[in-house]
Design a protein around this ligand. Structure first.
Ligand code: 6PG
Length: 252
């Protein structure tokens, strides 16, 4: 892994513009090299502005929907029409406004009898799309992640058993300490760390302590799971606004 890169922006709008431009640039380069771009989307609230920009698709913030395939880094185990659903958020901010063809999107299934079955089904979907054996990791071009103020990322929560799952690309996780308190399906570290590019998008003063702990590696992976994101061959870029950067921003 090359050294993680950090860029700090004045506020959420600059952050979203930078993220949309980075996605667009990496997508163009993946398409040049392999003819396609595969991306896992983050849930939560921070990426919504980025998705809205990608949906508008202006100048250097556009994606070629004929060659882009979208996956999810994590999902809450709720109906896709539920306000807590990451799919619902992505549908409203990106898929509908950009008229993304349905066959380009691979949501996490949430209607199976157990959350474990949903995770297994998603791991199968990934293996099938990427043509990998079930114990080999798919190599996504791009994984977008958020950071919780407890240091979680995707749905990899402090102290959770999911942190130690290495033999599958997607697993289930019970609710973390932060809302919403629902079971989750999440990509594992094994899958995230197989990706070519991983980008964290972090906004807001409530993230400053967790961000500093992760950036300075002054906690364990069990305490601040985002520390476990270390792609073997890939790059990690942190796009952070000034409020979330806190003291780290002041030191640069
Ligand atoms: C989720 C997530 C999660 C999120 C962080 C940050 O489904 O909850 O994908 O990992 O990215 O909790 O969320 P915010 O952007 O809402 O602060």
């Amino acid at each position: 892994m090359s050294r993680p890169q950090l860029a700090i922006f004045d506020g959420p709008d600059d952050l979203a513009a930078a993220a949309a431009q980075l996605v667009s640039r990496l997508a163009a380069s993946a398409i040049d090299q392999s003819g396609q771009f595969t991306m896992a989307l983050a849930g939560g609230s921070t990426p919504q502005r980025t998705y809205a920009r990608l949906a508008r698709g202006q100048a250097d913030e556009r994606l070629d929907w004929t060659k882009t395939w979208l996956f999810f880094g994590d999902e809450r185990w709720v109906d896709p029409r539920d306000d807590r659903s990451n799919y619902k958020m992505v549908r409203q901010s990106l898929l509908l406004p950009a008229a993304v063809p349905k066959d380009r999107v691979f949501p996490v299934p949430t209607s199976l009898a157990t959350v474990q079955a949903c995770a297994q089904a998603y791991a199968n979907t990934l293996s099938h799309f990427f043509g990998t054996a079930s114990d080999r990791m798919p190599v996504l071009d791009f994984v977008l992640l958020g950071l919780g103020d407890d240091g979680h990322t995707a749905s990899l929560f402090p102290g959770a058993a999911a942190l130690n799952v290495t033999d599958t690309s997607a697993t289930s996780s019970p609710p973390g300490t932060l809302p919403p308190s629902v079971d989750r399906v999440t990509l594992t570290f094994a899958a995230i760390n197989a990706a070519r590019d991983v980008v964290f998008l972090v906004s807001g003063a409530n993230k400053a302590t967790a961000f500093a702990d992760v950036w300075l590696e002054r906690a364990t992976r069990g305490q601040r799971p985002a520390i476990g994101v270390r792609p073997a061959q890939g790059n990690v870029t942190w796009l952070v606004d000034r409020a979330a950067a806190g003291d780290i921003g002041a030191q640069l």
